[in-house]
Design a protein around this ligand. Structure first.
Ligand SMILES: [Zn+2]
Length: 134
């Protein structure tokens, strides 16, 4: 009933805490990074627990995780310094396996724009080719 409202409130809360600097993680469900990052693990557990209620969907193809879609990768965003909350979106297995990396990154950047307006995409995968000296 108030799912949408609740989600907005959480996003607003997150936005406030993030204050511009954003750290992103693009990980598969079995990634070991989740084991050593309690914040991401907790965020993911909450995401899984609320699938039926919130009906999250894949940002690339709109497949709904409450229906047939299976998560192939999770996109987390947290504040760079002292993060106490994280946002999470999931790409479905089809998109994760079929879409080229640049398409995934484009979709991921679009998702992050909704979390942090003008938020920069800091995943190292998106920075390949950048000249650090420039
Ligand atoms: Zn998809």
């Amino acid at each position: 009933m108030s799912n949408r409202h609740q989600r907005r409130a959480e996003l607003a809360d997150f936005r406030r805490k993030a204050s511009g600097a954003l750290l992103t993680y693009l990980v598969s469900p079995d990634d070991r990074a989740l084991d050593c990052n309690p914040l991401l693990r907790t965020t993911l557990a909450r995401w899984r627990a609320s699938i039926a209620q919130r009906r999250p969907f894949c940002p690339a193809c709109r497949a709904n995780f409450a229906n047939e879609a299976e998560p192939g990768a999770f996109l987390f965003a947290t504040a760079t310094v002292g993060p106490t909350s994280a946002s999470v979106s999931a790409f479905c297995t089809n998109c994760w396996h079929d879409l080229p990396p640049d398409a995934i990154e484009r979709e991921a950047a679009r998702v992050l724009q909704q979390v942090i307006p003008n938020g920069r995409f800091l995943d190292p995968r998106a920075r390949q080719g950048d000249d650090p000296a420039s």
